[in-house]
Write a protein that binds this ligand. Structure first.
Ligand code: ADP
Length: 487
């Protein structure tokens, strides 16, 4: 099968969240199944530092952008591996910027233009390459126009009208909602502004377009795929999703164990495995010292809880904020690594002064520190209000850092509660999005933590879980086939 993955983020070239990890790993698993897999993303400023041997493909793409005029895009070719080519779409005006989506003050005002140009360029690139995929796998609103364009501008072109699309929703909270004037500005078909297409409360909704025009839709966990057809989780699109329920699937993301494995991880103090956990204690000691938390014997024995997260409301950090004092009073130390909303920066910074003996807050993006936290902590806290899949809990399982999670989306599909399932449990799960429920799960975890034998049994079981991409890649292949057959 010929498969093209289109995404605005691909690890390691540009990453804001889990989307980058998915598109940075899935292609390899698909390629191992002997498919012809290629990837395309925008050529952001930071891409240049991260890829060697980038080759410019000679032809310029001329892109009609309605009233904005004709714009040019350059195409570059690199390799993610020997088998997997990656193409970059370059346009300095739109992509040569310090950030991917916006600054601290908000999204870039021309994001609609940027991702319309990108989506058109993805399709035009195929002609230059003389390579037409059987399926284009689109991800989130940035590439949602690809299925829209295929069914409008490109619909009568025989080179394009056999291409099937699947649209993956990684995060329904970011839909790409813009003024309807945009249709003229970027030259989209006027008929798209109707309730059964992209119209959304007097505006234009890119994600709605992706949902309506793609052959199949999926989200990144089975539970989230069921949650999003309800008003509570549907972010206003539950009605649209309900109409496509029979084409809506849930496939859990995998983890790239070449990157996340305590047996081979070069970023951590001492490597370890589930047969020998001594290295994990060294990692904890080292982390406590590096983070300037009390490094006495006492604090080595105290449970250490890690949080690595975008600092956004989605992640339930208000629950942590409310419960902080009580968590510390339970005898735990905490390390937080994250960036995001200014509100949380301010709050956590303030708290780090108040609880400086027991709480360390790192307000930045730092992959190396993330590895150290996954390895060095005893528990990993993820109290998300909603969570399409979540990678943090799966990574922490592999490192024997027991997840404490809210029962929602992918968290519900990947963490088994230790008290409910004594022989199978891998973490501690709570139901309500309340600091009270979260605290009681933390307390349950800390109680078990005091019994080293019992705790280490859970740690070993957690480390033995397999969330590699192999299983999920097979499910994607089945979904691609369904999309192709329904063309
Ligand atoms: P989301 O995609 O909603 O941000 P996920 O749990 O799916 O959440 O993925 C987040 C990924 O980003 C994980 O790999 C996590 O370790 C990483 N991450 C989040 N914040 C930071 C940070 N400040 N520094 C380093 N890595 C981070």
């Amino acid at each position: 099968m010929k498969i093209l993955l289109a995404s605005s983020e691909v690890y390691p070239y540009a990453k804001v969240g889990g989307l980058a990890d998915v598109v940075g790993s899935l292609p390899f698993a698909l390629s191992k199944l002997s498919h012809d897999v290629r990837v395309v993303m925008p050529k952001y400023k930071e891409v240049e530092d991260k890829i060697v041997g980038l080759k410019k493909v000679d032809d310029l793409l001329k892109i009609h952008m309605g009233n904005t005029g004709i714009m040019e895009a350059k195409m570059y070719e690199g390799k993610m591996s020997q088998e997997v080519p990656i193409y970059f779409i370059g346009n300095n005006q739109y992509f040569y910027r310090d950030q991917i989506y916006g600054t601290k003050d908000g999204d870039y005002p021309d994001n609609a233009h940027r991702f319309t140009l990108f989506s058109r360029a993805v399709l035009m690139m195929l002609k230059k390459l003389e390579w037409f995929p059987d399926v284009i796998h689109c991800n989130d609103f940035h590439t949602a126009l690809v299925p829209v364009l295929l069914k409008t501008e490109f619909k009568d072109d025989p080179l394009y009208n056999r291409i099937a699309t699947i649209f993956t929703i990684h995060n329904l909270a970011y839909q790409g909602i813009f003024s309807h004037d945009l249709l003229d500005e970027v030259g989209l078909d006027k008929n798209l502004y109707s309730i059964d297409k992209m119209e959304y409360w007097g505006k234009l909704n890119f994600m709605k377009g992706g949902m309506i025009f793609s052959e199949k839709i999926n989200t990144v966990s089975p539970t989230y795929s069921k949650e999003i057809i309800t008003p509570e989780y549907g972010n206003g699109l539950d009605g649209v999703l309900k109409t496509r329920e029979k084409d809506l699937f849930g496939i859990i993301n995998g983890i790239d164990y070449a990157q996340w494995n305590p047996e081979t991880d070069r970023s951590i103090k001492k490597r370890y495995s589930n047969k020998n956990l001594k290295g994990k204690i060294k990692c904890k000691k080292n982390l406590l010292i590096e983070q300037g938390l009390k490094s006495s014997r006492l604090s080595i024995k105290a449970p250490l809880i890690g949080i690595i997260s975008r600092l956004a409301d989605q992640k339930g950090l208000d629950l942590v904020e409310k419960a902080m004092e009580k968590i510390i009073n339970l005898g735990a130390n905490l390390i937080i690594l994250g960036t995001g909303d200014v509100h949380y920066h301010k709050i956590f910074e303030k708290m780090s002064y108040k609880f400086k003996e027991n709480l360390k807050v790192n307000l930045r993006f730092d992959s190396k520190l993330a590895h150290k936290i996954y390895a060095g902590c005893d528990m990993f806290l993820m109290p998300s209000r909603f969570e399409p899949c979540g990678l943090g809990q799966m990574i922490s399982l592999k490192y024997g850092t027991i997840p404490i999670v809210r029962k929602t989306g992918g968290l519900a599909d990947t963490v088994i509660d230790c008290d409910k399932h004594i022989e199978k449990g891998t973490g501690f799960v709570f139901k309500e999005a309340s600091s009270k429920d979260m605290l009681s799960a933390i307390k349950r975890a800390i109680d078990v933590f005091k019994d080293k034998k019992k705790w280490n049994r859970i740690v070993r079981r957690a480390m033995g879980q397999d969330f590699s991409w192999n299983k999920s890649a097979n499910k994607y292949v089945k979904l691609y086939n369904k999309a192709i057959l329904s063309k």
